[in-house]
Write a protein that binds this ligand. Structure first.
Ligand code: ZN
Length: 262
């Protein structure tokens, strides 16, 4: 309720202040235009890729194959829901880079990067699908825009926000860098617990739509939970705890299996 009031108040300042998340229907703040956030992402991504040349081996091929399957399922779903505008400006890319960290991330605009360090714990293709589904879900659910919008509100408040945007066109970029990181720390995102649970749920639904068994996703999270060295951002953030994450996935398994059987 509070969020709806906030959204209504901000609507008087910005035209497209709020949106809602596919499947969950949760209302979210969305102050930055899709085009602006995709442009910022693409610029940072190009820089990252120039410094971290993607691998070209069979694992890299698998990452591309899995990404293509999930993104196709997502696009079909979004078109059916009349939400294709939420993917406007997207140009998907799926790359594996040589980095020992157990991490993966995705940027608005559909650029998905998997670090080679996460491969051993991912196991087979289903595990990679779980990881990439989770990251793609953050992007499809517009979590980056929401994080940036929250930062902006926190810093400037509603009253001055319009003024600040008008006077400082570089503001969106500085908040983007704050939320997403830059250079070698790109992808060290600070998502909330709400975002993590939502990305878990949507991610498994998207992978199920792409033909991956949701029960394998559960196995992946259990492996992750058992790995005591797995606590690094973004992908392996310590919150929510892997135990509460796993119990939520178990609870939602009937819903996930419904998408899988279709
Ligand atoms: Zn996440």
């Amino acid at each position: 309720m509070f969020k709806k009031i906030v959204c209504a108040a901000i609507l008087t300042i910005f035209l497209a202040a709020c949106s809602n998340v596919p499947i969950t229907g949760r209302t979210q703040l969305s102050l930055i235009s899709q085009q602006q956030i995709v442009d910022l992402s693409d610029a940072q991504y190009s820089e990252f890729i120039a410094n971290n040349p993607p691998l070209k081996n069979s694992d890299a091929e698998m990452v591309k194959r899995v990404g293509a399957k999930i993104s196709k399922a997502v696009e079909e779903f979004m078109i059916k829901q009349g939400r294709q505008y939420q993917l406007s400006g997207f140009d998907w890319e799926f790359n594996l880079v040589n980095n020992k960290e157990k991490n993966a991330w995705a940027l608005p605009g559909g650029k998905v990067v998997v670090y080679s360090g996460i491969l051993p714990i991912a196991g087979e293709e289903d595990g990679i699908a779980t990881i990439m589904g989770h990251e793609i879900a953050h992007v499809v659910a517009n979590h980056g825009n929401e994080r940036m919008s929250q930062e902006l509100l926190l810093k400037y408040g509603y009253a001055t926000l319009q003024e600040v945007f008008g006077e400082n066109p570089g503001l969106a970029k500085s908040v983007f860098l704050e939320v997403y990181g830059v250079g070698s720390s790109l992808g060290m995102l600070k998502y909330s617990r709400t975002h993590e649970y939502e990305a878990d749920r949507l991610g498994i639904i998207f992978t199920a739509m792409a033909g991956y068994d949701p029960r394998k996703s559960l196995e992946f999270w259990e492996r992750m939970s058992a790995d005591s060295t797995a606590a690094v951002p973004e992908f392996l953030s310590t919150h929510p705890s892997s135990i509460s994450r796993i119990s939520r996935i178990k609870e939602s398994m009937p819903e996930f299996m419904g998408y899988y059987s279709k």
